[in-house]
Design a protein around this ligand. Sequence first.
Ligand SMILES: Nc1ncnc2c1ncn2[C@@H]1O[C@H](COP(=O)(O)OP(=O)(O)OP(=O)(O)O)[C@@H](O)[C@H]1O
Length: 256
Amino acid sequence: MSTPDAQGTQPLIRARDLVLNFGQTQALRGISLDVYPGEVLAVMGPSGSGKSTLLHTLAGVLVPDSGTVRIGTRVLGELDQATRDDLRLRECGFVFQSGQLLPDLGALDNVTIPLLLAGVRRREAIDRGRAELDRLGVGQYGARYPAELSGGQAQRVAIARALVTRPRVLFADEPTGALDSLSAETTMVALTDLARADGTAVVLVTHDARTAAYADREIIVRDGRISAGIGVPLVDENPADAGTTAGFSAHPGFSR
Ligand SMILES: Nc1ncnc2c1ncn2[C@@H]1O[C@H](COP(=O)(O)OP(=O)(O)OP(=O)(O)O)[C@@H](O)[C@H]1O
């Protein structure tokens, strides 16, 4: 059963009872959550608590030992590897801490790659790539190589590359981890404004409370479980349908 929100919208990501072990290490111990279109969910928690494992499981990069992930109407566990890879290419964008731009290509060429991989013709890919760089405020740097960009500029190029295909879901792992606080702020404003405008669901792993403050909701992961959440309830309160739920309260520090 899916769980529409108050406006009747269905979740874009729907995870239930995710369990994943690396040998003896229980990285995920039963995590359930929903993320809605245009919503930004921050995942926080101590080092080693399972945040990146959760992100990779939601993205279908890791396959859980049990539990399900649904993106839109598709259950990842029911897809073969090639179909899962294709879904990831077409419907998911990724932003990492740093260094993910291809160093031998200019900024614009970096942004056009996902379009070309998706079969978009070169001329159109270039036009769309330029427009996306403009949208991120880095249109003037299209010809520069990554090494010629500041950390914040490079990260906005990386976000342009992640959003240029208009993914339904954006996964961001410490996207501000290598940035000074001003660049981090600019980056988060761009990322969250554009994701909301596009109706993209965002899962954002971060250690930084200031970065998490740009999210609509936060969860804290500890020892592979959701130990706390801030915002609206994560899943249906129906116990037959819900996995780990936590006590939720209004966000105390959300001040934008
Ligand atoms: N490929 C792997 N093989 C074995 N154990 C792993 C692997 N990846 C993660 N783990 C373990 O799973 C647990 C969760 O790791 P994960 O990387 O998800 O944590 P995290 O919360 O993202 O940590 P950090 O904040 O330090 O990045 C840790 O105990 C980690 O050592």
